[in-house]
Every structure is written in C-alpha cells, then in structure tokens.
Design a protein around this ligand. Structure first.
Ligand SMILES: Nc1ncnc2c1ncn2[C@@H]1O[C@H](COP(=O)(O)OP(=O)(O)OP(=O)(O)O)[C@@H](O)[C@H]1O
Ligand SMILES: [Mg+2]
Length: 219
C-alpha cells in the first residue's frame, strides 16, 4: 500500500499540518494509518485533541530500530500509510525515505523556503542513488496566500514549477487548517460557527488528496 512521507529540513514548513489534512481527507473514503516519526510528536498531540475518523489510526514510531516493522505493519492494515517526519537529516528519516513511494516536500514561496526545498530534494536524490532506485518526490506549496501573490512569490513559484515535480494544488494558509491543531479531528468536524472558510479548506484538501492519489498511481 502506498507509503507517503512528508519531509523537509525546514522547520514549520507545514509537514505535520499537511500530513494531517491529507490523512483525514483520504480517511473519508479509505483506511489510513499515520506514523508519527517526529520525536516531537505533534501529529500524535493533534490526534488526542478530537475524535478521529473511523478508519484512521495513528501510531508513534519507536525510532530507527522499529520503523521498518512499523511501516510493514501499517501497510498491511491500511490503504494509505502517511509519515510525518522531523525536520532534520536523521538516520530515521533516511530509512523512511527509503521505504516511501512518494515524498512530499512542503514549502512556502519565499526564497529561503525554495532553497530549503531544493536542499530537501537533493537529500532525497542522494538517498535514491545510494539505494539504486528512484524515490518519487514532489514539492507542495503550503501556507501560501490564497489571494494574489507578490511578484517575487510568483517568480519563485514559477521557477520551482518549471524545474521540479510540483503539486498543482497549493495548500494555502487557512485558519481551518491551522485550527485542526487546536480542535483535533478533521476539517469535516470543524464547527463552522467557530472557524471560517471550512468549505474552501475542504475543497482545497480534496484537490490535494486527489493529486496525491494520481501521483502515487503514476509511481
Ligand atoms: N496550510 C496551512 N494553513 C495555515 N496554517 C498552517 C498551514 N500549514 C501549517 N500551518 C501552521 O504553521 C505552523 C507550522 O506548521 P507545521 O507544524 O505543520 O510545520 P512542520 O513542517 O511540521 O514543522 P516542524 O518542522 O516543526 O515539525 C503551525 O502552527 C501550523 O498550524
Ligand atoms: Mg512537524
């Protein structure tokens, strides 16, 4: 079953949030297991704040000695396995990259974000070369403005899109996404009286999830 990981050394790029959004959206239709492979355990913390969709399970990785077994077990149980990684070049991360069918690299569209994303892709390529296999990886613009972009943001965005595999869908900066960390659960459970823009966020999340399915099929 497809193993999709979220990786970039850039802290706060949107790995955990995008992983939660993808997992809870896919879980509306298929079984999903999240492996929280970040020692900070932010995905696990989210899972405890609200009720999870029925066919979503989350486990915390016990570390590099167990990760391969954890991935095997999860991929036997679930139609999708999603891994949230720490923003660092660790042995644990290298092992997860080696097992991944798709690595998603979230990035903003400022220059430092773009540089970090290119560095993340370079690390993935090195890992792939060592393994003598391809590791499909794609950039996801995350936390970007839904409205009009500044000129330099547009330029960076276009330059990245011209050079590396990139999701057409951007997971824009939306209160509905960040509020998942406060309320737990999925976008579908959010109270529209408390959180604005839920429908737009769901539309955005579903477009992203469809594209992930498309990319996983291609690879
Ligand atoms: N699409 C989004 N819209 C709104 N807020 C977002 C979005 N993505 C992430 N955030 C917010 O940005 C912050 C950092 O996001 P997140 O924790 O997902 O990044 P990360 O890459 O996992 O960070 P770390 O490297 O620390 O694990 C969080 O406060 C989160 O709520
Ligand atoms: Mg994180």
């Amino acid at each position: 079953m497809p193993i999709v990981s979220f990786a970039t050394p850039k802290g706060g790029a949107g790995k955990t949030t995008s992983a939660i959004v993808l997992a809870t959206t896919l879980a509306q239709g298929v079984s999903v297991e999240i492996i929280d492979a970040d020692p900070a355990g932010r995905a696990l913390a989210w899972s405890k704040r609200g009720s999870l969709p029925g066919n979503l399970r989350i486990v915390k990785s016990a570390g590099e000695r167990s990760i391969q077994d954890e991935i095997d077990t999860a991929s036997r149980r679930a139609a999708f396995v999603i891994l949230d990684l720490e923003g660092a070049a660790t042995q644990l991360n290298a092992m997860v990259l080696a097992e991944s069918n798709l690595v998603i690299v979230p990035t903003g569209d400022e220059q430092q974000d773009a540089d970090a994303a290119v560095e993340a892709l370079a690390q993935i390529r090195m890992q792939a070369r060592a393994l003598r296999r391809e590791i499909p990886a794609a950039i996801l613009f995350a936390r970007t403005k839904a409205a009009v972009k500044a000129r330099n943001e547009r330029e960076i965005n276009a330059a990245m899109r011209g050079n590396v595999d990139t999701f057409r869908t951007e997971l824009n900066a939306r209160t509905a996404f960040s509020s998942l960390h406060s309320y737990g659960g999925s976008l579908y459970d959010l109270d529209r009286a408390q959180v604005g823009g839920v429908d737009k966020a769901i539309e955005n999340a579903e477009a992203f999830a469809s594209e992930v399915i498309e990319k996983v099929r291609q690879s």
